[in-house]
Design a protein around this ligand. Structure first.
Ligand SMILES: *Cc1c(COP(=O)(O)O)cnc(C)c1O
Length: 475
């Protein structure tokens, strides 16, 4: 892929913090949490809370490390950032400068990527129920459309004919994953083995359906078959499971060659890649700690599996596409809340924050998920076990049973590795207003998402006049 990195993508030198939570996130000389060159205490005071902070340099660094790991092991690799994991417009600009493509869901994500100037040939449109206007937008702009329904090919062909343009298509597969029949995954995705979970989702076409789509597509002059696609999702913390998946992509390529004469020139093996930190994600976590696979592990095992299966079947090595989301965006962000009421009960202590499970999507499901740090006292040993809770009407545990230093009203608490699926899935339950996001690079801090105002929420409500009349009548 042609990359537009020179002159735009800066040289990156990791910062030598006294305690490192990442290459550009750590504890500064004054004992405060820092994001790159900025003191998080000062950012919280300046921009208010709840606040998302993204380190531009951490995002770039993590992207490059992921890309370089796969390049070391595979000859032709293209990285497509899963836009949904953080679909802020500034994030997309940064990814463009790094040369990353993108995975888009829906017209709006596609629009934002195109608005940011992403090369459409590096974008794919995924979705189980694509709308006509969505398909038209993708085809008119030259995106690759990954087919995931039997009637989609005809709909794409009709629009391409109408517009008089060629269109790149891929096909989303429902892999067999027989070797994962008994494999249990991570706690994030519910019960069932990896195969059961994959089989039960709405995604992907069967072998027979895939062969039928390919045969018909080969007769359509405007359809250019480009790739097969699969997304294992965030189901496993074992790189070997991903290698099984990558191998099966090639097995399917062999099947398609035998049935149709067409061999996919590219396989897109989706996202679900994790990252590990020495402090884990939160207490009790077996996830994403130092034992989690690295990009190097994934790359080595997946590349070997692909090469081996391609050699066995006598297939040429396809281009490899990957769609990492949280592995890139996650470590680049922190979420900050301000301490309010501190309450001591008979057996427990609660520290209320203005940051809620609305703003930390995974903490709503797994209350231990994000590692919490006292911003101004980041180095201090925890002296008491508290529940960190938000203001919502439910128990709203953003971090339960956390060993923290003493916290009092006005202090700030940061949750680490919160750059993915937080802003992009933030909710407004209890009519909460969505937080602002600040992008940090060196000592620069700039708002990239404005804090929501009451008018943004109220502006969508309509009250039928007959209700208004009744409400304002004196009894
Ligand atoms: C969600 C998704 C991704 C990214 O998943 P991560 O777990 O964030 O890496 C990639 N591809 C597709 C098709 C997805 O749906």
């Amino acid at each position: 892929m042609k990359e537009k990195t020179s002159g735009q993508a800066p040289q990156l030198t990791p910062i030598d913090y006294k305690v490192k939570f990442g290459e550009f996130i750590g504890i500064g000389p004054n004992g405060h949490l820092f994001v790159d060159g900025c003191d998080v205490q000062e950012l919280a005071e300046t921009f208010g809370t709840p606040l998302y902070i993204i380190s531009e340099n951490q995002l770039r660094y993590t992207y490059r490390a992921f890309r370089d790991a796969f390049r070391r092991h595979y000859p032709d690799v293209e990285i497509l950032f899963a836009n949904k994991s953080n679909n802020g417009l500034a994030i997309r600009h940064i990814m463009n400068q790094e040369g990353a493509g993108g995975d888009c869901f829906g017209a709006q994500e596609m629009y934002m990527a195109l608005l940011a100037g992403t090369d459409a040939r590096t974008l794919v449109l995924n979705g189980s129920n694509k709308q006509d206007e969505e398909l038209e937008m993708a085809i008119a702009n030259g995106l690759c459309v990954n087919i995931d329904a039997m009637d989609e090919l005809d709909r794409i062909a009709a629009i391409a004919d109408q517009l008089g343009v060629d269109v790149d298509v891929g096909i989303r597969l429902k892999l067999d994953l027989e070797p994962l029949r008994e494999r249990k995954g991570v706690a994030m995705h519910g019960p069932g083995t990896l195969k059961q979970q994959s089989d039960s989702t709405k995604w992907g076409m069967t072998r027979e359906q895939t062969a039928e789509i390919v045969k018909r597509a080969l007769t359509m002059p405007r359809i250019k078959l480009k790739e097969t696609h699969f997304h294992l999702s965030r189901m496993s913390n074992d790189a070997a499971d991903f290698a099984v998946m990558a191998k099966e992509m090639i097995t399917w390529s062999g099947y398609l060659r035998d049935k149709t004469g067409w061999t996919p020139p590219c396989i897109d093996i989706g996202g679900g890649w994790t990252f590990g930190k020495w402090y884990g994600t939160g207490p009790n976590s077996q996830l994403d700690d130092a034992s989690a696979p690295t990009a190097e592990d994934y790359a080595r095992l997946c590349a070997a599996a692909i090469k081996e299966e391609a050699a066995r079947l006598g297939l040429p090595l396809p281009k490899l596409r990957l769609e990492p989301g949280r592995a890139l965006s996650g470590p680049s962000g922190v979420a900050v809340g301000r301490v309010g009421a501190v309450k001591t009960g008979a057996t427990k202590k609660w520290v209320n924050l203005d940051l809620s499970t609305n703003h930390l999507s995974w903490s709503a499901v797994l209350d231990w998920y994000y590692h919490a740090v006292a911003v101004a006292n980041a180095e201090a040993e925890g002296t008491e076990v508290v529940d960190l809770v938000g203001p919502l009407c439910n128990s709203d545990e953003v971090g339960s049973h956390r060993k923290m230093p003493a916290l009092q009203r006005g202090d700030y608490v940061a949750f680490l590795d919160a750059g993915g699926y937080t802003e992009s899935s933030a909710a407004r339950y209890n009519a909460q207003l969505l937080p602002a996001t600040v992008l940090v690079a060196g000592d620069k801090a700039e708002i990239t998402t404005e804090r929501e105002q009451l008018r943004d929420v109220m502006g969508r409500f309509r009250v039928p006049p007959r209700l208004l009349a009744g409400s304002f009548t004196r009894s």
